[in-house]
Design a protein around this ligand. Structure first.
Ligand code: NA7
Length: 533
């Protein structure tokens, strides 16, 4: 009796930027691939995050695919930093242009995927049924599993409540309302200034003050756009081999070794330029506490300049973590918003939120009444989206059990015990420390090449070696340990989720270095993988 081959060469989970490119690439190379997507359209993160002010902190001209010269030339961005609606329009344009939708099943969540050793395939289950594929490729995003703290009484609130990462697909009207915002990460920092323009009253509950750099967002000058496009080949190549996939123009000298006046003047210049490259001015900002403190104090001084009330300014000045070790925020008028009469800041650092009530929020003996509550409380980053699926490996055990003490993978791409499975921008890869599109393109191309390598040789199985995995995990930890990052209670460390192991999740060695390592692994016949017929 002949065995039925799997229905597809690959099932891809997710139709965000990673899933869409993976589908494009596999099709181009003659593989049969299919995508399951929980949302009813493409876009991933940019499909779900529709809160007011949602915007990418990577500049438009670089937060887009580079794989198609025509695509990157024809698409016109309107602003320096792309807004969520514009990114979503772009994602839809890509889906149309490459006719992707015919291979995507929307509104379909993958609940379970199990490896079937006998048939060398993955069995993937959704509410609609099950299917099989030789390979399973996760493109689930790093910040897609929303996190709402388990506040006592959370279901008692009778007003409207929203999580920034699951915003309704309609305008939310804050006009005349009393709004409570919980959290002061990037999402809150983008949303608060716009909510404050509409609402009667906004109260922000802050557990940890965040460093934020002005975006100085503006419309893109057509000449500037044309100049970048004319030079794309060089600029993209440089980005691919850079530290973070963003062109940073770092000075060669350490902040601690330069005259203070020169350091200050460079920081002023970067503050005036705006954006995340503020913390990459000097090589030692994220490795040396004294160097870091110079940049941190510079930002605190700006906060004190902007915010009129000294007590509020003090609360807004971060003092508990080195600048940049929690993802730096990029804002438009965030600090200045606290000068408005209708905006209050409440610290919940010493006295946490006690409970949510039917009418609002209780902090110790203080009660706050609201019509709307906004949870800007973040994500179970990187591991959350994968752990929420029952992924069973070769011996039937669950990926989330393998990762109980922290994620383990080889190159952030594959793992021992989970043959024929790849994780695009998985834990242990540069992902969230980089321009995601640059990292996505590199992963997708590497995976597609790996699948071709197997096909060309009649191989049907690939699995990371446990020893190679151990070495990679040790390397990821070692390079993180050389920086100040592990000092912050950040989502990079899993610290925002009660009970989550404190492990530095992404690879901080740099996208250029990482690309070289992945290249070498492939060139050496997929060193660290067991390939079989
Ligand atoms: P973040 O950056 O994880 O921010 C979540 C915020 O919510 C942060 O200020 C948290 O404080 C706060 N938080 C979480 N739990 C609580 C409780 N229990 N009480 C009070 N405050 C709480 O998520 P974002 O959505 O803003 O941004 C995610 C990423 O998207 C961002 O880094 C960019 O890469 C894009 P904490 O700091 O943990 O004390």
């Amino acid at each position: 009796m002949t065995e039925q081959p799997p229905e597809y060469d690959a099932i891809i989970i997710g139709a965000g930027f990673a899933g869409m490119y993976m589908l494009t690439k596999l099709r181009e190379r003659g593989f049969a691939a299919h995508v399951f997507e929980a949302g009813d359209d493409v876009g991933g993160t940019w499909y779900w995050n529709r809160y007011p002010g949602a915007r990418c902190d990577v500049e438009s001209l670089y937060y887009c695919y580079s794989f198609s010269e025509q695509l990157q030339q024809e698409w016109e961005w309107t602003e320096r930093y792309p807004s969520q609606p514009e990114i979503l329009r772009y994602a839809r344009h890509v889906a149309d242009r490459f006719d992707l939708r015919r291979d995507i099943t929307f509104s379909t969540t993958v609940h379970e995927a199990a490896y079937d050793e006998r048939h060398r395939c993955w069995r993937v289950r959704t509410a609609g049924g099950s299917t099989t594929a030789r390979h399973l490729i996760t493109a689930v995003g790093c910040l897609s599993a929303t996190q709402t703290p388990d506040f006592p009484g959370i279901d008692d609130f009778r007003g409207e409540s929203y999580h920034t990462g699951r915003w309704p697909h309609r305008d939310v009207d804050f006009g005349g309302k009393r709004v409570g915002v919980i959290g002061t990460g990037s999402s809150a920092i983008q949303a608060i200034p716009l909510i404050a323009q509409q609402a009667r009253q906004v109260t922000v509950f802050q557990r940890t003050a965040q460093f934020s750099i002005p975006a100085w967002n503006r419309t893109l000058d057509p000449a500037e756009q044309a100049a970048v496009k004319a030079d794309y080949a060089r600029l993209r190549d440089e980005a691919r081999h850079s530290r973070s996939g963003i062109l940073q123009d770092q000075l060669p000298d350490n902040a601690t070794e330069l005259p203070r006046r020169q350091v200050e003047s460079e920081l002023h210049r970067r503050w005036g330029h705006g954006g995340t490259t503020f913390t990459s001015a000097f090589p030692d900002t994220l490795t040396d506490a004294a160097a870091n403190e110079i940049s941190a104090e510079f930002v605190r001084a700006r906060i004190r300049e902007i915010v009129d009330d000294p007590a509020t300014a003090d609360l807004l000045c971060p003092t508990d973590h080195p600048i940049g070790t929690k993802r730096i925020c990029v804002d438009t008028d965030y600090y200045a918003t606290y000068n408005r009469d209708n905006v209050d800041l409440v610290s919940v650092r010493e006295q946490p939120i006690s409970r949510i009530t039917d009418g609002g929020v209780q902090v110790g003996d203080r009660a706050f009444a609201f019509d709307v509550l906004v949870f800007a409380t973040g994500y179970d980053a990187m591991t959350g989206p994968l752990n929420r699926i029952d992924i069973r490996g070769a011996d039937g055990s669950l990926l989330r059990d393998k990762w109980a003490a922290g994620p383990r993978s080889y190159l952030g791409l594959a793992g021992a015990g989970f043959p024929n499975m790849f994780t695009i921008t998985g834990p242990g890869s540069p992902s969230v420390l980089s321009n995601m599109i640059v990292s996505i393109e590199q992963h997708v191309e590497w995976i597609a090449e790996h699948l071709e390598h197997l096909r060309d040789r009649g191989l049907t199985r690939t699995e990371a070696d446990p020893g190679a995995e151990d070495e990679w995990v040790a390397h990821v930890n070692e390079v993180a340990g050389e920086t100040l990052y592990p000092q912050a209670a950040s989502w990079y460390m899993g610290a925002n989720i009660p009970g989550k192991p404190r492990i530095f999740l992404p690879y901080i060695g740099g996208v250029g270095t990482y690309r070289e390592i992945c290249r070498e692994v492939a060139d050496e016949g997929y060193r660290g993988f067991h390939l079989a017929r």
